[in-house]
Ligand binder design. Sequence first.
Ligand code: DQA
Length: 144
Amino acid sequence: MKILVINGPNLNMLGIREPEIYGKETYQNLVDLINGYAIKCGIEVEVFQSNHEGDIVDKIQKAYKVFDGIVINPAAYTHTSVAILDALKAVGIQAVEVHISDVDSREEFRKISYVRSVCAKCISGKGFDGYIEALDYLTNNFGE
Ligand code: DQA
């Protein structure tokens, strides 16, 4: 099983960025956690981060027939991007939406998610553990 993990804008600033919301752990810590868990579970994982909407769209398109599942934290693009929603729809790969913070208990605009309708599940407010839960979900529901 091959899973693509996509992180959107400013997630490369984890550890520096609003630690009271996103924690003190760095983006590299997140990548290491995901890669370590994937090795333990015997799944193949690629972790990708971009600050650019078009690059995320390109990455999703290139995942077609290559990856079996997508874990996506579109970050701010969650609340704005029809292009990312359309890309996920286009490739038809089972996807899970993840947010480190609890988006539903923050500002009103963070309650809107364009990608949610196409994702099998949304995991929000569980910190880095949300990514692990998403990997478990995709692994357990592979082929369904
Ligand atoms: C986020 C929540 C978004 O509202 C925000 O724009 C982010 C990160 C999260 O992981 O909690 O950049 O997706």
